[in-house]
Design a protein around this ligand. Structure first.
Ligand SMILES: *Cc1c(COP(=O)(O)O)cnc(C)c1O
Length: 394
């Protein structure tokens, strides 16, 4: 009986990994089409073809700026969230040292690797001093803890807006204001937030904000770094002077146009999406915790992304569980990356204070626009047995 259920479920595949990436929005896909073949010119060219491409580029920039409540010249196009994080951290750190001898970097212990590995490299090879902020059991940073650790020689502070592994949302406005009182630039990785949260950089008071289009139903390989006017930033990629010298390289017009269209849909359509998706997510969390013994939610219960559910199951190998789910037709994730071979809990789960027996059994289930109630019901039907089986093999 049990085997049959698994075989039936394997006929259809259910995608519950929208935090890893999202499918391209239809409007975005359509908006991109003319810029591959008809309007193919280099926006840096002076001729009419070039001007047409430049118009498309600047329209996209204005659209994104408006949605962020920013100025167009504060929007820098990059190749994605990873590059935006690199430019923000490395660019701010180097410029702060050049201008005021600052060499102290303050980040949370729950950053995406695009931030944490960049900061680690600056510490290991470029003589910066890296300090980690404490987080509570839900992975949240207390603004008071930031205040305590700010120094005159702090070059940059970075705290993730919404965590990719555990969904927790940080009080970035309060953290930004603590940084400003001390004249220190504040960066936030908002890559996961782009699809779900209003990103008003004016009222949030953020200096540097990273976005990656493929997390909000835009194309892969394109992103934004918002840079508040006057924020000291040394370019990381030098060359032809595009993006006001902050990021050289011929602009990827189709992707940039697609990103702007997708961002508009995500930011304008978000309340309805939230109204539908958050209750479905709450139902999922409730049922998992109710029906699976030795289970817990990771991350904050209410201060979390509306599409995001993440769990720890005691005495389970998360990678085994993922593979069993996949065989049964469910695409989930265990965290930021699957490190097979050497089971080590992620830095994020370790920072929450989860011990090994819990932290190895993590599962991330993220919903999206295409997720239906029936899909969630199928998942909830299948999960308890799979966790039980995974426990026997742990
Ligand atoms: C996906 C992700 C990134 C990396 O963005 P890419 O566009 O894939 O390079 C950075 N930070 C967070 C929080 C992410 O979820």
């Amino acid at each position: 009986m049990q085997t049959r259920k698994v075989i039936i479920a394997s006929v259809k595949r259910i995608y519950l990994d929208y935090a890893a990436t999202t499918p391209l929005d239809t409007l975005a896909a359509e908006a991109m089409q003319p810029f591959y073949r008809e309007q193919f010119a280099n926006p840096s060219s002076v001729h009419a073809f070039g001007q047409q491409a430049e118009n498309a580029l600047e329209n996209a920039r204005e659209k994104i700026a408006r949605l962020l409540n920013a100025q167009p010249d504060e929007v820098i196009f990059t190749s994605g969230g990873t590059e935006s994080d690199n430019l923000a951290i490395r660019g701010a750190a180097f410029e702060a040292r050049r201008l005021r001898g600052a060499d102290h970097i303050l980040i949370s212990p729950v950053e995406h690797h695009a931030v944490s590995m960049t900061a680690e490299q600056l510490a290991a090879h470029f003589n910066f001093k890296l300090e980690f902020l404490p987080v509570d059991a839900h992975g949240r940073v207390d603004p008071a803890e930031v205040k305590k650790r700010l120094r005159p020689e702090t070059a940059v502070v970075s705290v993730i807006m919404a965590n990719n592994e555990i969904g927790t949302i940080n009080p970035v406005a309060e953290i930004a204001s603590a940084c400003h009182e001390n004249g220190v630039p504040f960066h936030t990785d908002a890559v996961q937030a782009g699809a779900h949260l209003r990103l008003d950089v004016g009222s949030l008071g953020i200096d540097l904000l990273s976005l990656g289009a493929h997390k909000f139903y835009g194309p892969k390989g394109v992103g934004v770094l918002y840079v508040r006017r006057g924020t000291p930033l040394l370019p990381v990629q030098t060359g032809g002077g595009q993006e006001r010298g902050f990021r050289a390289g011929t602009s990827n017009i189709p992707y940039i146009v697609g990103m702007a269209a997708a961002f508009e849909v995500a930011q304008q359509g978000h309340p309805e999406h939230r109204e539908r998706i958050a209750p479905l997510r709450d139902h999922l969390i409730h049922e998992v915790l109710e029906n699976i013994p030795d289970s817990q939610l990771t991350g904050h219960l209410s201060e979390r992304l509306p599409n995001h559910a993440s769990f720890a199951f005691r005495g389970v190998d998360g990678n085994n569980l993922l593979m069993m789910l996949d065989v049964s037709g469910f695409a989930c994730s265990s965290g930021s990356a699957c490190k097979t071979g050497n089971p080590e809990p992620s830095e994020v789960l370790t920072a929450l204070g989860l011990d090994h027996s819990w932290a190895l059994g993590s599962l991330r289930v993220t919903l999206g626009r295409q997720t239906t109630e029936a899909e969630v019901a199928d998942f909830l039907d299948a999960l308890p047995e799979l966790v039980e089986t995974a426990r026997q093999y742990a």
